[in-house]
Design a binder for this molecule. Sequence first.
Ligand code: ZZB
Length: 258
Amino acid sequence: QEYTGVKMQVIEWSPAAQKALEGKLGGRKVHLVAATLRPETMYGQTNCFVGTAIKYGVFAANDGEAYVCTQRAARNMTFQGIFDVRGQVKQLAELEGTAIVGTKIQAPFSVYPEVYVLPMDNVLPTKGTGVVTSVPSDSPDDYATLMDLRKKAEYYKIDPAWAAFDPVPVLSTPAYGEMSAPALVKQLKIVSQKDVKQLADAKELAYKEGFYNGTMLVGEFKGEPVQEAKNKVRASMIANGVAFAYAEPEGLVISRSA
Ligand code: ZZB
């Protein structure tokens, strides 16, 4: 599985993370790294998700930068030229997902210059980096979760302001209009992130329609078919130093159908 690793630079840590990281970063800039298969949707990022029951590491990529992801992902990265020393993981600190929630980050290419880290129930520790960037216009999981968080901010222990960034149109499709995710959530009668079965169906439908029939509504490749824009946006992010290729070895992937 070939993902795009999206670098989301930390602007301001949550108090809990700040405390846990005190004196451990060696002056490095820290990025949360999200694994995505949809680089063309990055214009519509409204937040980023972590799993509250997941442990994350802060790993030195080089002398100037550190990445936040699962240890499993960091180990994979060391064999892909992402860290300066091959095969060697240098962990600077450990963070619980709950401690990262509320951290302010920069989501590259998003129409929103600064967004927040929020909690999601269904983040798989065994897939990608364990950090999921959120595009509620085109990802039904992200949309359903964002709506849950807005409805029950207190229950989820978040400041409502962190979930206040509205979904924005990124691509249009004949079947679902300018925002596939809300359209599909409504059509499949999904009420929350707990509706995992319907969400898996919605994800499949959104993927297919977006990829085969989508047209870009924003960004450098506005007006182009998603099929063409996808790799161009990815290349542009990589050229800008805000993303890198990240591959997941076969056999370690827990697929949707498993
Ligand atoms: C942004 C995005 C925008 C995504 C979209 C999807 C969609 P797949 O096909 O099952 O491999 N993801 C990544 N890592 C995890 C994780 N550890 N746990 C849960 N979800 C994760 O799914 C890959 C997608 O699942 C990734 O692409 C990421 O969300 C999420 F408009 O990134 B995506 C219709 C989907 N639309």
